[in-house]
Every structure is written in C-alpha cells, then in structure tokens.
Design a binder for this molecule. Structure first.
Ligand code: FE2
Length: 207
C-alpha cells in the first residue's frame, strides 16, 4: 500500500520579537496503517493525536522552531513515544519555548527517514530561520516546506533570525530544481507546486 499523507490544521498564535499574531498551521502525518511520522507540532495535540489514530509514530520532525510549529512538541512526543528531530541551528528559537529541554535528535541535511515503505529526505533550507528544513517524499512527488516556501512565494523573513537573501538561495538551489509537478505542502495555507512557485520566484527576480 502506498504511503498516505494526511493533514490537520490547528489554530493558535505565533509570537516573536514582542509581537503576537493569530495563525492556522498545517500538520502533516505521513505513513501507512501501522506507522507514521508527524511533521510539526503546532498549538493543540488533540487533533494531531486523532490523525495518528494509535499508529506507531517513528519520529516527530520539525520544519523549524518558531513557537507556532513546536508549541505541543513535548506533549505530543511524550504521548506517542517518538523522538523530536530539529536542526541544531534552530536551537536559538527552540530555547525560547523550551529553555530547559533539548530535542532528542539533531537533523542534518540529507538525513533519511523510512516510513511505511517510503523515504523522507531532510533538506536544510535556511532563511526563514537558520535551521529551517524541508522534507522531500520523492516517491509521492511531494515536499513539505514548513515556512520556507508557500503558495505565493517565500516565507516571511522580517523578524529575528530570518534572512531574505538566504531564503531565496535555499529556494532556488534546493527546491526549484525538483520536478515541476512536485506538490509543495506548506506550514500554513494551501498547497502549491514547484512549477507554480518557479513562476512566482521569477517574478520576484524581475523586480
Ligand atoms: Fe515560521
């Protein structure tokens, strides 16, 4: 059976640099009937656990450590007995939420996670945050981009620890070369494709 990709949306707030904003976040659950991985842990563990449906959770993969993506990471990891994976360069953000706890494992570019007979590959895409990481599920023609690439262009880079030239380089060098039909599943909002976002990015370059 092919690996399944399921989505839940949770609502809450994102806070950084003294501001707070209301946000809806996507959670992605990838797996088969027996096992799965969870991508991101925003706001509310209950709907995420509902999506897991008692399956074995192999890993909780974090696209980055903004508080709207990791708010229930510890609660969720404990509930499902899975290790938390985060890129070490996002510890500066993680520590603002969990000053006394560390993630279980540090992600590195090229890490591969096997789940349900498929492979998820970590792609380090700094810019939105220093440790931002996408997860490519090549067999299903999809990539989970967190807040690095949205439907409509790059993620925000206006706040601390973000950098606009860096996110553009990450997107151009690591994401846009993927096949045009690759479905981009984002941290907020609707999905898109690499082909559509190539067009968005080329318009940005014209400015
Ligand atoms: Fe973010």
């Amino acid at each position: 059976m092919a690996v399944q990709i399921e989505n839940a949306v949770t609502s809450g707030t994102f806070s950084l640099d003294g501001g707070t904003w209301d946000v809806d976040n996507n959670v992605w659950v990838v797996g088969n009937d027996e096992e799965c991985v969870i991508i991101d842990a925003p706001h509310d563990a209950a709907p995420i656990l509902e999506q897991v449906r008692g399956r074995k959770v192999l890993a909780l993969l974090l696209t980055h450590a903004h508080n709207d993506h990791i708010g229930v990471a510890l609660e969720l990891a404990k509930a499902v007995g899975a290790p938390i994976h985060l890129h070490p360069e996002d510890m500066v953000l993680w520590s603002q939420v969990y000053p006394d706890v560390r993630p279980d494992r540090f992600l590195a570019d090229g890490d591969v996670f096997e789940v349900g007979g498929a492979s998820l590959e970590a792609i380090h895409t700094p810019g939105h945050s220093p440790g931002s990481t996408c997860f490519l599920l090549a067999s299903e023609g999809t990539v989970f981009t967190g807040d690095t690439l949205f439907n409509g262009g790059p993620g925000a880079t206006g706040r601390s620890y973000s950098d606009y030239p860096t996110i553009l380089t990450s997107i151009r060098e690591r994401l846009l070369p993927l096949p045009a039909e690759t479905v981009v599943r984002t941290g907020h909002g609707e999905s898109t494709t690499i082909g559509a976002e190539r067009e968005t990015l080329s318009r940005l370059a014209d400015k």
